[in-house]
Design a protein around this ligand. Sequence first.
Ligand code: 2P0
Length: 343
Amino acid sequence: MQALAEARANIALVKYWGKLDAALNLPAVPSLSLTVDALTTRTSVRFDPSRTLDALFIDQKPADPRALGRVSRHLDRVVGSAAANARMFAEVRSTNDFPTAGGLASSASAFAALTLAAVAAAGRESDPTKLSVLARQASGSAARSILGGLVLLGVGTPGQVDSSFATQVASEGEWPDLRLVIGIASEAPKEIASTDGMNQSESSPYYAPWTSSAPADIARAMDAIARRDLPALGAVAERSALRMHACALAADPGVVYLRGPTVEGLHAIRKLRARGVPAWFTCDAGPHPKALTSPEDAAQVARALAEVPGIQRTIIAAPGKGALLLDGQRVSASSFTPETRIA
Ligand code: 2P0
């Protein structure tokens, strides 16, 4: 009846931006991410026959009705509708060790942890593929946080809910020598939610070229990972981030996540690279500049980002684990091993 799960955020190296089927939340492009050890959400779910409503606490505070509604809909999706008496109402408590909803992928770790905790609390059978299909329906990037290390999220087939899921490309132990340095530009929630930014980006004249060029970026990233080639992976990552933002900026009206510190962060990282430091820029639906680099160079990259005006602090993140249960429970496994599609 109750379970406690933990999941880590992930940062996409090849970005997810756009939906093939909004109702089923199927991505229009394949994406590839690194699950990171430094950004963790811990979520407990307790189904309680005496409850008459779901309750949600985020960082110890009662959540707003919109967040509660999103969580209730996800519980309905995972274990059945409360309104139809198919499940009990639940108390959900979630804590983040990083700022919520500010472009640091809190929805990824939050919905991955919620999915696993809810499945376990309900005593359901599952496996990473099914868990990622469930998590994806709440938040596309959450599908990737089910797994650790470098993770691929495939595109789907319209109308088929289980057609897009995450698979692990290299575990956190298989390529441990990667670091993501994050420059925190603001602790405030972002102004345009990712879902809205993506929907708006469909009006961009660059939307079609953005989606059609993504499979080639995935192929290059997969090849770089197979060779453990950081410069090749970094080059794809920087290009994918800039293309995603170019697509968003050209929407009508333009979707602008970039702030002064984001752009200055990009220049600082390129300047380091010109001096021979292996570091490549990325950024997401928020203002924080991030850099992919090596363990040896991470401190130097963090110092360079910390000097950018407007950067308040930096986080150095290593490859992290996938979602896991913390209270000794297990989700019983079912067998289901489909193939990931990237195009
Ligand atoms: C990514 N982002 O690949 C991209 C890059 C942000 C920029 O996935 O609409 O919150 O809930 O599926 O998962 C953020 O999008 O979007 C995201 P929905 P989500 O990480």
